[in-house]
Each structure stands twice: as C-alpha cells, then as structure tokens.
Design a binder for this molecule. Sequence first.
Ligand code: VAH
Length: 320
Amino acid sequence: MKHILVTGATGQIGSELVPALRERYGCAQVIAAGHKTKPQPGLAESGTYTTLDVTQIESIEAVVKQYQIDTIFHLAALLSAKAEEKPQLAWKVNMTGLYNVLEVSRKNECAVFFPSSIGAFGPDTPRDNTPQDTLQHPNTMYGVCKVSGELLCNYYYTRFGVDTRGVRYPGLISYDTLPGGGTTDYAVEIFYRAIKEKKYNCFLKQGTYLDMMYMPDAVRAAIQLMETDASRLKHRNAFNITAMSFAPEELAASIQKFIPDFFMQYTVDPVRQAIADSWPCHMDDRAAREEWGWEPRYNLESMTQDMIDRLTVKLNSGRL
Ligand code: VAH
C-alpha cells in the first residue's frame, strides 16, 4: 500500500483509521475523503482531506487518478438504524457507492477494503458461535446492503481480479466520534452519559447479547488484513471478527467498577431492539485467526477503563 484513499473518513471508523494509516505509511500517503465540507480538525491538519460524494463515480475516479491511489478503504455508508429510517437513501449510498468504488478500482488496479458487519446475518442465522460460512438472510436494509456488498466484492475478485477483502465488524466502541445512527451505539453513548451525568437510559433491553470490539482493535484488523499475503487467504468477503460479547447490564456493571454511583435504566426502542434481536450474539472468528492472525487486545474491562480515561480527559478539556 503506497497511496491510500479512505472514504467515509469523518465517520466512526474513518476518524481513527486515517491517523493510524498516516502514522504507519506517512501523512502524504493517505487521502481522507468525506461528504462533510468541514472535517474534524485532525483529518485536515495532518494530511489531505477532500470532499467526496461516493454516489458520483466521476468524483471517485478523479481522486484516484489525482493521487495515484492503489488501495481504498471504503467506509462511506449509512448505519443500521439510519438505514431503516431511510432505506432508499441507504441503498443509494451504500450500494451505488460500493459499486462505483469497485468499478474505479477495476479500471485503476486498486485493492479494496470493505467493512461488512454482524448486520449481514439474519434471524435464521445460528446466533451462538456464528459460523464463518452460514445462512445470511438479514431483514434490514443495512444487512441487505452488507450481504450484497460481500457478494459484489467477491464477484469483483473472482471475475476481474480486484483485490477485495473485508471483515464482519461487531459493534464498535470508540471515543473519537459521537455515535452515528447505529444499533450498537448504546455501548458508546453510555460512556458519555456515565461521565457527564452518571446515568444512562438504554434503548436495548437487558439480556441483549451482541458482539463488540474496541476501535483500536478494529483499526488494527483492517490494516492487518490488507497487509496479509494474498496466498494465505481462503476467504475474502468477509471475515467474522470479534473481541467480546456482552449485554447492556454487563457493560453497566463494568462501568460501575470505575464510576460506582453510575445508574442505568431502560427505555427500549422497538426498531433498534428488533434489529439487535436479528443479529448474532457471538461469532466464530477462527477463520480470521487462522488465515491472517487476527487477535483482539481489548476485553470488556480494559476497553471500559480506556474509554473512561480518554473521555474524562476530553470532558476536562471542554471538548466533550
Ligand atoms: C450499527 N455500529 O449499529 C453499526 C454496526 C454491528 C453494528 O454495523 O449499525
């Protein structure tokens, strides 16, 4: 990877993947692109940021040619809850955007990273130890886009030789950006509320087990997969990866170890509860471990401690 483009760079993954890529490959080698005209300060100060509408293929091609891009981390997409609110827009951004990236990559010999999700599974998928290869009948527009995306990326690999690779991310927990319309975002919001108000009203019910991962692990996984020798890969789109599985009350208990008077109550959002109930509780990620050495570094307690430490600093500096 010498010249990298990150689409969706202002989003939850992009805002932490861009700095990690710039540290590893050099700031000038990593172009951050997003739909926002005013990105987070870090993105534009440490390297090139350009606005990009992924539904317009010409704008993608122009950026790829201008910067001689050889690898695209394509993150631009609507997340699950937003996609259920606006399914037609979600299809347009998530699928037309991906198709455009794959077409430009085919013509310009770019490798492509595509983030799939536990959302690519549905109610009839085995929910415990979800196999790498299993039923994928999602009943959400987000999930339909993710399954379609996995199939389209595999097609572009087998039919045109485009080096496409991806992971099925669990819920991602991060301190850099505020939550953006996801079903697992309760596991991010809870930290902001715990630190500022010492209480949180959770929109998922107790006992809702979901796979989760701390963002530093998620960023490292994307880079590690794209750096892996292609001859090792038996799968491509997309690898199950996870780090932990917990229910809201377990996350609350972990926070209470650091903020003893933290209090959690529940007001269930039926839309996001239905989405969560259609997703696995815990995926089998042996294929990723065997084929490219995937290994998480954060568990529930270490993630909780790091999130609280970092958000406390942001709060004290007036940035929260
Ligand atoms: C969402 N955070 O909730 C995303 C993610 C596995 C969930 O894809 O939509």
